[in-house]
Design a protein around this ligand. Structure first.
Ligand SMILES: [Zn+2]
Length: 121
């Protein structure tokens, strides 16, 4: 069969709708994901259990009221506070005044000037 708009030869599985270009008729693909797997479940179990079937694992999770949680975007409040602290340390731009440092050694306490010298400032 030939496309009336662009003249492309249409094969079984080709995209049927045309905007006038032969490249519009790409062929579709189908993928089949098998049920096989091989891993050992350790979380939530006293003894590790090996699964070789995804369906078996799904059924086991449902029976035991477990669910898979993939969501973790790393933006919880404590993580963002830690990021802020690390960025301020790395680039020395703090919105808060530097705290007074009291650094004791065996020979006495460092002056603020000595502490800054050792900190590379
Ligand atoms: Zn066409």
């Amino acid at each position: 069969m030939t496309c009336q708009k662009c003249g492309a030869e249409l094969k079984i599985g080709a995209f049927p709708f045309c905007k006038g270009r032969q490249s519009d008729h790409g062929e579709g693909f189908a993928y089949v994901h098998g049920d096989e797997c091989d891993f050992v479940q350790t979380n939530g179990l006293r003894h590790p259990r090996r699964f070789r079937s995804k369906q078996e694992w799904d059924l086991w999770r449902k029976q035991n009221h477990y669910e898979v949680k993939h969501k973790w975007d790393g933006t919880d409040r404590q993580t963002m506070e830690n990021v802020r602290i690390l960025m301020e340390r790395a680039f020395g731009q703090s919105s808060e005044p530097e705290p007074d440092m009291h650094i004791s050694t065996y020979t006495g306490e460092l002056t603020p000037q000595e502490a800054a010298k050792y900190a590379g400032k």
